[in-house]
Design a protein around this ligand. Structure first.
Ligand SMILES: [Zn+2]
Length: 332
């Protein structure tokens, strides 16, 4: 994320000149030269300032240091952040977290107390996904994040049929289960992360709905990506994939599930799905496999002596396969 987009600044300046000039000209004809210059000047300045408000807010936000407690949380939970050696790169990651926190509202539903960890867990996901592409924004995103206590159904209620850990709406709020958000980062390397999953849908929303081809993908790559999705979907159906079967339910879900696996288990993806790994590496401009390898190996060693994570994963798979989430507003 950048403090300002130069093309937007140029557009704002041009608009200010055109609007101020046109209205000033009309006012000068009717009221005289001095009035025309005054009216045009005030209007042009107002238009220019309205375009500068966003960049100014970001500039002020960027000048504040990230709180030490937030830095410690990032160190513990975000492998990429912990591995960043350059101060500038670290600062840029922190700045993206701050922009996301500043520009979104976070609300707890049904008694959820929204604490800093919940907010940070979502903002860190956005910063992680955008880190390799400093000029990108989550443009498909609305500005609010709602936290439900646990899973919810398509009427947004908890209950026997609650199957959604998350839901993303185009230009609307992102809905997340607070429990699933906390699990997303506390069980690193399990390949499941509801924050990354729902934010991935936002990348997809940026063209005509969610079709599994992220809008920021280079048009020349789209055909190859669709072929890759078809091949990988067949592997899932054959039981020969590290991606959970929910990914085969729709191309948009394939992208979201693949993104989770790419960020959570990059070394395994590189080993077992080299073409998919390369496609996502190029898309996000991040080569995570060397970072992830050590942690994934540790996880595999730990996992072999414990039944619980496997059972949890099976349970969560079952929940997701009954619906998992929606990528369109209900009824749309
Ligand atoms: Zn999904």
């Amino acid at each position: 994320m950048r403090i300002t987009d130069p093309s937007s600044l140029v557009f704002g300046a041009l608009l200010a000149v055109i609007v101020g000039g046109a209205v000033g000209f009309i006012a000068a004809q009717a009221l005289g030269l001095l009035a025309g210059v005054g009216v045009g000047g005030v209007l042009g300045t107002a238009v220019a300032l309205s375009h500068l408000r966003g960049p100014l807010r970001r500039w002020r936000t960027a000048r504040r240091a990230l709180a030490p407690a937030r830095r410690r949380w990032l160190e513990r939970h975000i492998l990429l952040y912990a591995a960043l050696e350059e101060e500038n790169a670290r600062r840029r990651f922190e700045r993206d977290v701050q922009f996301f926190l500043r520009e979104h509202t976070f609300e707890g539903i049904d008694g959820v107390a929204v604490d800093d960890e919940l907010r940070l867990a979502v903002a860190a996901g956005a910063a992680l996904m955008l880190h390799g592409r400093p000029s990108w924004e989550l443009r498909g995103a609305g500005r609010s994040v709602l936290f439900y206590p646990g899973a919810f159904d398509d009427d947004y209620h908890a209950g026997d049929y609650a199957a959604f850990d998350g839901m993303a709406h185009q230009q609307g709020p992102v809905l997340l289960s607070a429990r699933a958000v906390r699990e997303s980062w506390s069980v690193p390397g399990d390949g499941q992360n509801v924050v990354l999953h729902e934010l991935a849908h936002l990348f997809d929303f940026q063209n005509e709905g969610a079709d599994g081809v992220p809008s920021l993908m280079a048009p020349a790559s789209e055909g190859a990506w669709r072929d890759l999705v078809r091949r990988e979907t067949r592997r899932i159906q054959r039981g020969d994939s590290m991606l959970r079967s929910y990914a085969a339910s729709a191309p948009s879900e394939f992208f979201a599930v693949a993104v989770e696996a790419f960020f959570e288990r990059p070394a395994e993806m590189q080993r077992r799905h080299a073409a998919l790994y390369d496609a996502l590496k190029n898309f996000f401009n991040l080569d995570l496999a060397s970072l992830g390898g050590k942690r994934e190996t540790e996880r595999e060693k730990k996992g072999s002596s414990s039944e619980t994570p496997f059972q949890d994963r099976e349970l969560r798979d079952a929940v997701r396969e009954t619906g998992g989430d929606l990528t369109q507003p209900p009824g749309a």
